[in-house]
Design a protein around this ligand. Structure first.
Ligand SMILES: Nc1ncnc2c1ncn2[C@@H]1O[C@H](COP(=O)(O)OP(=O)(O)O)[C@@H](O)[C@H]1O
Ligand SMILES: [Mg+2]
Length: 430
């Protein structure tokens, strides 16, 4: 019996557990798994991933053969290091290696040390309000949009854009209010272009890159409205077509080499959030030290190589023996969210599902759905995703929308985007 724990709260945890389950079934090994921290867990089983002692206790009690730490806070807490010390087989970067995500200032300085393309930036403390204002206004006078970023983890709420004096004042106030995470914050030059997500797996010595993806972060169609954790994604993304080699040569490889040179070799998944300008310059927006959610929902199912074996070999430092392969299908994931998200929303609403109309080539990945007396109820902002695959992007999008139309949340409480993948669909038209 192989026992696996995935540490994560959202859809990503379930998608990863599914990848392990699928691969172990393929190799006919009996399997048992747990997603620790899941918002789908019952009240008794729920664990707050910020509570390291409790997380550790639950993991050790489960006695797993493999632990996959997939969530930012858990990585930043040093859970990987602690599990390793206890002799548990664990996948994910150490606390020091994951600093590339949990300390945005350290990450930018690291990129500079290794000539990795990064926007202009400067850092400030709470006491340096005047200097921050001056720097911000200087960039704005040059006609730049700028971004204020808390250096620490902020659950996706630490970045504020500004392009006017008024917005600069508001952004400075926000940084002062973000507490410990923004004690140090960055002001950086905004890069104009299109964003993409790129994922690599590494064992400290070698690495392998997967197909690129693009997510849609804004709440409304056409990338309008406030930012969210991600309202959907598609894979592969055309935006990186023809520049993969450059992404690898100028960003991915120097990053892994730099981390190893600095004594923090990276084992785990590295997520590059990048931006391509109209003149095809590539810049790093940020690095994360784990899979992206929702991107993993569309990248993972395309990996044909046995995922359990891939991860096991990577932990053993034998990634070079593997030659990961991906299929050539297109995938779209649409996130179903509570109406009101990312602002206030209600929990505990009944979810209904018309399974009769649910298409083939389509599946559901829960994120924050709880069961009570055989019925399903909402338990968060991003509730579940519908993922579909097809021979082309349009087909995948169409199937995913059909799948989503089978769901309803009490009181017209379900919100989702109808245009996931639209940038590539529009590109195809030209
Ligand atoms: N320098 C930049 N140029 C252009 N857009 C940026 C820049 N920095 C951040 N952004 C925008 O803000 C979003 C959030 O910033 P990011 O650094 O990814 O922080 P986080 O994901 O931790 O909130 C990005 O996805 C991007 O849309
Ligand atoms: Mg980001």
């Amino acid at each position: 019996m192989v026992r696996i724990v995935v540490v994560d709260s959202g859809a990503r945890g379930n998608a990863l557990l599914y990848a392990y389950a699928h691969s172990l079934k393929e190799s006919q090994q009996p399997f048992e798994g747990l997603v620790l921290g899941s918002l789908c867990a019952s009240r008794e089983d729920y664990v707050d991933l910020g509570n390291k002692e409790q997380v550790l206790d639950r993991i050790l009690r489960y006695n797993p053969d493999l632990v996959d730490v997939a969530q930012d806070e858990a990585l930043a807490s040093g859970l990987v290091d602690t599990l390793r010390e206890r002799g548990v087989k664990v996948f994910g970067p150490t606390k020091k290696a994951s600093r590339i995500e949990w300390d945005k200032l350290w990450a930018r300085d690291f990129m500079n040390r290794h000539q990795i393309p990064t926007p202009r930036y400067a850092s400030f403390g709470h006491a340096q309000e005047a200097q921050a204002r001056e720097y911000a206004l200087r960039l704005i006078a040059e006609g730049k949009k700028i971004f204020f970023k808390a250096a620490g983890l902020c659950a996706g709420k630490g970045v504020v854009g500004a392009s006017t004096k008024l917005e600069v004042e508001a952004a400075i106030r926000t940084m002062q209010e973000r507490g410990a995470a923004s004690q140090v914050y960055l002001i950086e030059e905004g890069i104009i272009g299109e964003e993409f997500s790129y994922f690599a797996i590494a064992d400290g010595k070698s690495f392998h890159c997967f197909r690129s993806a693009q997510d849609n972060k804004r709440i409304y169609d056409g990338d309008n409205g406030p930012n969210t954790g991600g309202m959907g994604a598609h894979c592969p993304a055309l935006i990186t077509k023809g520049i993969d080699k450059r992404i690898i040569d100028t960003i991915i490889r120097p990053t892994f080499q730099g981390l190893a040179q600095e004594g923090t070799p990276y084992t785990g998944i590295l997520y590059l959030g990048g931006i391509v300008t109209s003149s095809e310059e590539i810049n790093v927006i940020e690095f994360n030290s784990r899979w992206g959610d929702p991107e993993c929902l569309v990248v993972l199912p395309g990996i044909k190589t046995n995922y359990f074996e891939l991860i096991t070999k990577t932990i053993e430092g034998r990634l070079s023996e593997m030659h990961p392969e991906e299929d050539s299908l297109f995938r779209v994931a649409i996130v179903g969210a509570s109406r009101g998200y990312p602002d206030a929303y209600e929990k505990g609403k009944r979810i209904t599902f018309d399974s009769g109309k649910f298409p083939k080539q389509c599946w559901i990945v829960p994120a924050a759905v709880v069961e009570r007396d055989g019925a399903q109820y909402t338990n968060g902002g991003r509730l579940f995703s519908v993922v579909a695959q097809g021979e082309n992007l349009r087909e995948a999008q169409k199937i995913a929308l059909q799948g989503m139309s089978c769901f309803a949340v009490e009181g017209n409480g379900l919100h989702f985007r109808k245009d996931i993948g639209y940038r590539d669909l529009n590109r195809n038209k030209n």
